[in-house]
Design a protein around this ligand. Sequence first.
Ligand code: NAG
Ligand code: NAG
Ligand code: NAG
Ligand code: NAG
Ligand code: NAG
Ligand code: NAG
Ligand code: NAG
Ligand code: NAG
Length: 449
Amino acid sequence: MASVILGILLVLFPLPLSAKAQTRGNLTSGILLTTNDGNSSLLSPSAEFTFGFRRMGRGAYLLAIWFEKIEDKTIVWSANGGNLAPKGSKVQLTADRGLVLADPRWIKLWSSGLSGTGLAYAAMLDTGNFILASRDHVNLWDSFSQPTDTILPTQQLGQGSRVNARYSETNFSAGRFLFTLQADGNLVLYATTSPLVSSDAYWVTDTVGIGFQWISNQSGQVYLTSRNGTVLNIVTSGQVPMGEFYQRAILEYDGVFRQYVHPKTVNSSSGWAMGWTMVSSPVPSNICTRITRDTGTGACGFNSYCTLGDDKIQRPRCHCPPGYTLVDSTNEMNGCRPEFVLQSCDVSRPEKDQFALSDMLNTDWPQSDYEVSLSDTEDWCQEACLADCFCAVALFKDGRCWRKAIPLINGRMDGSVGLRALVKVKMDNSTSTSTGNGQKKNKNSTLGF
Ligand SMILES: *[C@@H]1O[C@H](CO)[C@@H](O)[C@H](O)[C@H]1NC(C)=O
Ligand SMILES: *[C@@H]1O[C@H](CO)[C@@H](O)[C@H](O)[C@H]1NC(C)=O
Ligand SMILES: *[C@@H]1O[C@H](CO)[C@@H](O)[C@H](O)[C@H]1NC(C)=O
Ligand SMILES: *[C@@H]1O[C@H](CO)[C@@H](O)[C@H](O)[C@H]1NC(C)=O
Ligand SMILES: *[C@@H]1O[C@H](CO)[C@@H](O)[C@H](O)[C@H]1NC(C)=O
Ligand SMILES: *[C@@H]1O[C@H](CO)[C@@H](O)[C@H](O)[C@H]1NC(C)=O
Ligand SMILES: *[C@@H]1O[C@H](CO)[C@@H](O)[C@H](O)[C@H]1NC(C)=O
Ligand SMILES: *[C@@H]1O[C@H](CO)[C@@H](O)[C@H](O)[C@H]1NC(C)=O
């Protein structure tokens, strides 16, 4: 059946079956692209956007859309959940399933699906939208309706739409943050891709019942409107002379939504650097202190703490407390693990003397408390934590002693915290009576106490 339809299409549109290298304009059915260097991409008429295979590593390709004329060829959309396809993969245009990404053995990796019948052509438009359309130019599928992490000028998203952060700067698989215009009209940033409770949210427009559409207009501002077009919330307000800049707004892997512009041409008198510049306040303004989930990792991983960077885009940074080290040295967002053997809970072998508390100013893990007691002095609180094998962090405040356990969550170090956390660490292990677990890491015991 499908092949019959394809045959008819080919008669109606006698265009070449396979795309030539960097084809401009529209195509019919058949193999659109392969990862072969010769015909792996399609340009928009202005040549500003490309749809195609991007080589991401040895023999691994991402099917994506990117800014063609920018040096780093910034990706704005990707297929297949951001997962890579092997060398020899291809994209087919089919009458019933739309775009199909298949591996060299023709096993389907991903397909776009279609919202109707009569597929006639695919086209990469100058807006950055890749469309599948019928002969009467009705859109049967388009990339603007299936955003990944980026929103481009003229893109409009309805209720139920989702924008997902990627895993890291260079890994396009799903990360842990979600920006969604819910069916109830609320536009919400969540610290998890499957939110369950309202505390999973870290930024909301509070527009239940009235939020209708989420728009990036010609000049790149992103805002929420009601059904009658009234602007309910301006998410990013940056404005630059239209036509002179490329624009994008993106929910980055760090959970922050940012609006960026990039000059189209070098213009020494304009004062703009040839790169992406953030032109609106980041949303939220301080993700380190905004997340208040009682489960999950927070902005950083377990046992770490978050600080707001002092760079231009205020990138949040994740750090390990004293005595802890990164679980994954290639990704600071993946949390920290203790470098020392934890305190034994065996009462016949108390280890209280082998541990000490290290001061951390303006630091807290507010959702990690497991015990609170009245305490006249901080000294009492320190003793209580040292004597308690479960205690990883103590915090004394207003006559109360809070004890916190690992994994520590939602850690932040910020001037607004105004508290001093006391982190339990093992002192020099040379005095250790050895806990039997011989595999200790080369620990750095210059902890300053
Ligand atoms: C190509 O696509 C554009 C944009 O959708 C459309 O206006 C044009 O008619 C198409 N051309 C052909 C030959 O199908
Ligand atoms: C483009 O892909 C088709 C289908 O795989 C292939 O037959 C053709 O040789 C390729 N063209 C170039 C220039 O690589
Ligand atoms: C990207 O991250 C995911 C999730 O951790 C992982 O499964 C995948 O292998 C990573 N991809 C690459 C190319 O590193
Ligand atoms: C949309 O774009 C125009 C200019 O193109 C601008 O003046 C306007 O303020 C923008 N934002 C909103 C929320 O309408
Ligand atoms: C448009 O919708 C908003 C929110 O529902 C409402 O407050 C406003 O009065 C409406 N404006 C018009 C002109 O209908
Ligand atoms: C360069 O920048 C100046 C100042 O912003 C502007 O007036 C001028 O039109 C720009 N020139 C070009 C070629 O974009
Ligand atoms: C601490 O333990 C590690 C691992 O067993 C060992 O290599 C190191 O020498 C010890 N440090 C001291 C000061 O004994
Ligand atoms: C311990 O820390 C000091 C100061 O940061 C550093 O110079 C030294 O190389 C570290 N030693 C080890 C074994 O990591």
